[in-house]
Structures are given as structure tokens and as C-alpha cells.
Design a protein around this ligand. Sequence first.
Ligand code: TXA
Ligand code: MG
Length: 316
Amino acid sequence: MTIVEPDADGLRRAVRLLRAESVVAFPTETVYGLGAHAFSARAIAEVYRLKNRPSWNPLIVHVADVAAARALAHEWPDAANELAAQFWPGPLTLVVERARHLPQIGAPTPTIAIRVPAHEVALRLLAAAGLPLAAPSANRSEGISPTTAEHVLRSLPDVPLVLDGGPASWGIESTVLDLTTPTPTLLRPGALALRPLREVTGAIALPGAVADGTARSSPGMGRRHYAPKATVLLVDDVTSVDRSGLAAPVAVLSYETAGDYDAAEVLSADPREYAADLYAALHRLDDAGVGTIIVQAPPDTEDWLAVRDRLARAAR
Ligand code: TXA
Ligand code: MG
């Protein structure tokens, strides 16, 4: 595996691999993606193999612009037009019906999840490759998503090439919205908050267990996800935790004060800044070899929805 600069030579190497139906990790504004030609069965199989991703879990397809997105859809609803105009390029993934002539992207669904990423390197790669790129987060299934090229290297050492675009600015995955339901349905809370989305779409349905994009249909819902190696305890009051019997070293992850622990990560009390640092903080605690991470649960408000979702899954 090599980490390369996203200059002309780096992009050329990446495009060569993608056209040869291999895979390439690349930066997006949310997290790093493991990219593959979306309609190459061989490349897609390699993505599932490298990630150890369950075959029922479909992949997001990244395209350069709205026209390329429409070309993949059987139907392109008005809401998709309005949302794309407002939020693309950006951290919003839209699920629509897949064009009938196109094969499934991994999992057998009649739908397709599409987004236009807001990262210069990702957009240059899409333009240079001239291919729609399926790209899940570039980490082993259930692990912590990568927000740097280094994280990709550690999680997926067998990926042939990583384009280094620096740290991801959002640091948390895109919001996934299903437009095939009468009322748009949130499948995964993410970087883009619900309030601005509702201003465009009106009401958004929140499935009972708002969590991963597999919320309604997948048997894998209860699985651990976004999880560090350490045991994660998500608690309302860190100070009340009885620490005897916890695997040492014991760390705390909070947006308030640290207290007296073997390791501590104190993130911002602002949800967007917290999200931007969360995965990097979990990676650091893993690297430090901590046995337990006690996490101060953020407030139960909509602004914290995506962060709370990821923490809840890490704590399973
Ligand atoms: O920010 C992101 O979305 C990142 C970057 C790389 O773009 N990608 C990402 O991909 O998070 P992944 O594979 O880790 O998560 C994709 C989510 C999964 O929850 C999956 O179940 C859901 O999107 N998804 C993909 N295709 C779908 C479909 N056709 N219908 C419903 N959910 C879908
Ligand atoms: Mg993922």
C-alpha cells in the first residue's frame, strides 16, 4: 500500500487502478472512501473482501455532478433536484430507484444511493476516471471510519493506493435520505443536519431505530459499528461510573472537563466540531492501547443526532 500526493501523477496512478478494476482509497469531505468502478463486479467484490463487509449492505455511488446522478436513476424526483441544487457537492446521500438497465451495486436492492462529494481531490478523481465510483468508508467493517490517509493505511493495509487529501473536514459520514418513500426517510443521520433538509423537503420520517443506512431492512442492525478495540461505555454522568473492574487503562471521552483518567480526549461542546474530531480521537485512544473508554453522552438534541448515533453503535 502507498499513500500518494493527489498531484497529476498520483491521480494518473489512481485512474489506472480504477480502470483495471482494482480499488483506490480517496479523500472526501466526510471520511475517506474505498473507491471502485461502480459497475465492475470484480472491483465491487474486492471492496467487500477488503472491508469484510456483509454482502447485504449496499454501497454509495459517488458521481461528479447532478447529470451523472440522474443517469443512474430510474426516476429522479423533484425533491432530488431541489436537494441536489442546494446541498451538492456535499455530505448528503440520496437513495432513489436505480435505472433498470444497471446492475446492483453489491447488495441486491432496486435502489441506488448517490452523492456528489465536496472535496477537490474526489471531484478531480471522478473527472479523471470518468466513472461512477462506489465508495464505502475505507475501514474494516464495523471499525472506526478513517478521517486521514494514515487511518486508511492502518485499517486496510492491502489497499494498493491511498490519495492523501489531508484530514477530512466534516469527519463524520454523509446523511443518507431515502426518497423512494412518500415522505423522505432518514436512513442514517450524518454530517448534514435535519433542519436545513426539512426546509427543502418538509417533513422527514425518522425510523424507530435511526442508525445505519440499513435501518429498516437489515438483520445486521444490532451489530457493533464505528467501534474501537476498547470497550466503550456511554454514560450520562462520567463522574458516577464505578471504575473498579473496568479493563485498564481507562480513558474518558468528553466535551466537558477531563477528570483523573489514564487517558483523556476532551472534544468541543459544539456538535459539528465534536463530530470532526470524534473518529480521530477514537483512533488515538486505540493507538494508546486503552482497555475502556468512558464516554460522556452528548445532549439528546437533534444537533447531536449523528454523533449520538455513532457513539451508541460504538458502545454496543
Ligand atoms: O460520507 C459517506 O457517506 C462516506 C464517504 C466515503 O462518501 N461513505 C460511507 O459509505 O459512509 P458506507 O458504505 O460506510 O455507508 C453507506 C451507507 C450504509 O449505511 C448503507 O447501508 C447505505 O449507505 N446505503 C447504501 N446504498 C443504499 C441503498 N440503495 N439503500 C439504502 N441504504 C443504502
Ligand atoms: Mg462505513
